[in-house]
Design a protein around this ligand. Structure first.
Ligand code: AMP
Length: 266
């Protein structure tokens, strides 16, 4: 395989996290990826960037791990209250106790960082105790060094376009969920965006893949975040964080996208 480069972008505004993104690119795609990420940071809807950092690190191709893309399905809902009910149900289905899931959702809704703002990464929540295990609760754990397998880009683009979902939020979140679900001891992931105009979110779990909800927060709300629910009895925390932050991953394989549907009543 040709050399790959990890590209990471992080932008801050008034000393707070504004946005970030990560890619794994070949030498040929490197400049275009940097340009796109700088433009994204400078045009973010949550504010004006005071600082934009781009880091580029060459990745040894022999260390790249390939993981499958999760099956995507949309569960329709009309508003955020219903979306959160469905997300809670999905977390319980994945094996997260209801009280732990509810508390984590309340933290995301209130702003998961200590002062109530958004974090740069995800909360790491133990499913047994509900305890948080991020070494730095203001930053969280940021999954990094991942991208779509170049062989899957076209098929995924066509499949998502047929469902009217071919946007970067969905593409990047699918890749991130693919990496996260392949981590040992991962029970589920919950996400909704901090972009005020992007109300959709998802729950991902090894058993059902990536379940999307069009509304997990009201339009205009600048708070969002991610929770990685883990089974601490199965993992070494240091190894999990190292995998999430440092192991290069390409997500690919068959593209499995299901049509949107109304969920059955519980
Ligand atoms: P976004 O979907 O980019 O709006 O991100 C929503 C929230 O998810 C952010 O506020 C972060 O807290 C978290 N997040 C975004 N990207 C990552 C990542 N690569 N790893 C872990 N958490 C992330």
């Amino acid at each position: 395989m040709t050399d790959l480069y990890s590209v990471r972008m992080h932008a801050r505004a008034k000393n707070d996290h504004l946005c970030g993104a990560e890619r794994l690119q070949t030498r040929d795609g490197l400049e275009a990826a940097c340009l796109e990420l700088v433009r994204r940071a400078l045009a973010h809807e949550r504010g004006v960037a005071d600082q934009v950092r781009i880091s580029i690190d060459r990745v040894d191709p022999g260390t790249v791990v390939r993981v499958p893309l999760p099956t995507l399905e949309t569960w329709l809902c009309d508003d955020a209250d219903r979306g959160r009910q469905l997300a809670l149900r999905s977390l319980v289905e994945a094996g997260v106790p209801q009280d732990v899931a509810s508390r984590a959702m309340a933290r995301l809704a209130a702003g998961p960082a200590p002062g109530g703002g958004v974090m740069r990464g995800a909360m790491l929540v133990d499913v047994a105790s509900g305890e948080r295990f991020e070494p730095d609760p203001a930053r969280g754990v940021r999954a990094s060094r991942m991208d779509l397998d170049p062989d899957t880009v076209d098929a995924l683009g066509r499949g998502l376009a047929a469902l009217d979902l071919d946007n970067r939020h969905v593409r990047e979140a699918l890749v991130l969920a693919a990496k996260v679900l392949a981590a040992p001891g991962m029970v589920a992931e919950l996400c909704w965006s901090d972009d005020p105009s992007y109300t959709a979110g998802y729950v991902a779990a090894p058993g059902f893949g990536y379940r999307r909800f069009p509304h997990l927060k009201p339009a205009g709300c600048p708070l969002g975040g991610r929770v990685f629910f883990i089974d601490r009895t199965q993992i070494s925390l240091a190894a999990l964080i190292d995998y999430l932050e440092r192991t290069p991953v390409l997500a690919g394989g068959p593209v499995r996208l299901l049509p949107a549907r109304q969920p059955e009543e519980a």
